[in-house]
Design a protein around this ligand. Structure first.
Ligand SMILES: [Zn+2]
Ligand SMILES: [Zn+2]
Length: 147
């Protein structure tokens, strides 16, 4: 029964990540604590770090946005990020094998991963703001607002 205590936070976090790919830390803490109110935010952070360091979860860090976590690891996929609402969508790496992008000059590095973030407006934001399809400021970003 001792093992159950140890794994419960991890199972809670894994469940949250399975239901909400690309969730930020605040979202994960809130969702995990909704299921297990005794979980401390620190416990959730610790679990996330452990999952990432063991390759069970992936951390992505779009510029200017909070770090996001997902369970889809090891396939070197990329992301689309909405500048307006922060929605994130996966982009499959469909051409060739990882890293699926080849630098014009590797400078002697052995490259095993490429990370690309495509920025734009998602479908919902385009529909809501048809005039904002162009000329959105580079740092226009509302992701920091707590849900
Ligand atoms: Zn959007
Ligand atoms: Zn993803």
């Amino acid at each position: 029964m001792v093992g159950l205590r140890v794994t419960r936070p991890r199972l809670s976090v894994l469940q949250v990540l399975a239901e909400r790919p690309h969730a930020d830390v605040d979202t994960i803490v809130t969702a995990a604590r909704a299921v297990h109110p005794t979980l401390s935010p620190q416990a959730v952070y610790g679990v996330l770090e452990a999952l990432v360091s063991r390759g069970l979860a992936r951390r992505i860090e779009p510029a200017g946005a909070p770090a996001l976590f997902e369970l889809r690891v090891g396939d070197n996929h990329h992301h689309l990020v909405c500048r307006s609402c922060g929605a994130v969508a996966d982009v499959d790496c469909t051409v060739g094998a990882a890293p699926c992008l080849t630098p014009s000059d590797t400078a002697g590095f052995v490259v095993d991963e490429a990370e690309v973030v495509f920025w734009g407006l998602c479908r919902d934001c385009r529909v809501g703001n048809p005039s904002e399809t162009t000329g959105v400021p580079e740092h226009h970003d509302r992701r920091g607002v707590k849900q």
